[in-house]
Design a protein. Structure first.
Length: 277
């Protein structure tokens, strides 16, 4: 006797409602873990060893309305590849910093579109003083003191610290983030949260710069203190935290940056930020 009748499903009820593909979830989890450890190193190796594939990778991350024919890159010279890469990096940079002013920059986009990654890239440039030839934004000629922050100590560690330094849980991976490993001169651990750093000291072209890590959850009192050159808010902060952070930069020109999904629309913080121009 046949197990299944012709034209009839062997499982007429279908997959139970709410069930998930455990194998796919496990694969994605493993892939994310591998990227956290090896992703930055692999990208750097690609850049150094295969310019064509590197340019293609960058191009694949650009918004779809950018017109780039990848097939034209196959026989391009090194100079042509560099020119194409520079052009598209400029396009990418302008697309994620449309609200840039003298007071700072705000990068607003949907979830998982690279806001924190882009913010970390700018912070690393300021910390090292290694500004690209095409850079037209804010420039610190002297080593800056910066703050990078998030909602909680854990999200600060897992987002700004991670993109700047590398996988927080693996010290051997420190230096695989946006800050080059040979530019990191010292790290100081924070107390109370595993793998969270208090600060990173970085070799700047004119001395030693520093980025310290803050969390909104600590309250306004923990944000009072020294004058700093710039504050990076990763996700929109409460109004009192934004105001206190901005105050820390008043003496040096009011330089703040927010990387956030605008879930609250034209909020009090966004209005304050835009009025700083």
């Amino acid at each position: 006797m046949a197990l299944f009748q012709k034209g009839q499903s062997g499982n007429p009820a279908g997959r139970p409602k709410g069930s998930k593909n455990a194998l796919s979830e496990a694969f994605l989890t493993d892939l994310q873990a591998d990227w956290d450890i090896n992703g930055a190193v692999s990208v750097i190796k690609m850049r150094d060893e295969d310019n064509t594939q590197y340019v293609k990778m960058v191009a694949s991350l650009l918004p779809k309305d950018y017109n780039l024919n990848l097939n034209d890159l196959e026989n391009a010279t090194d100079d042509e590849l560099k020119s194409e890469l520079r052009k598209n990096l400029e396009l990418l940079g302008s697309s994620i910093a449309e609200l840039t002013g003298t007071a700072g920059a705000e990068q607003m986009a949907g979830n998982q579109l690279g806001k924190t990654l882009a913010g970390g890239a700018e912070v690393a440039i300021h910390l090292t003083g290694l500004y690209p030839d095409w850079w037209e934004g804010l420039v610190f000629n002297e080593p800056p003191l910066l703050w990078a922050s998030g909602v909680t100590s854990e999200t600060t560690r897992d987002n700004p610290q991670r993109v700047l330094l590398g996988n927080p849980a693996m010290e051997e991976a420190w230096g695989t983030g946006w800050i080059p490993g040979d530019s990191i001169t010292n790290t100081t651990r924070a107390l109370g949260v595993a793998n969270l750093l208090d600060n990173i000291q970085v070799k700047h072209v004119n001395g030693t710069s520093q980025v310290s890590f803050k969390a909104y959850e600590k309250g306004r009192e923990k944000w009072q203190g020294p004058t700093v050159d710039m504050v990076w808010f990763d996700e929109e902060p409460p109004p009192d935290i934004y105001s206190e952070g901005k105050t820390r930069t008043n003496a040096r020109g009011v330089h703040t940056m927010i990387t956030a999904t605008p879930l609250k629309g034209m909020s009090e913080v966004i209005r304050m930020f835009m009025s700083d121009d």
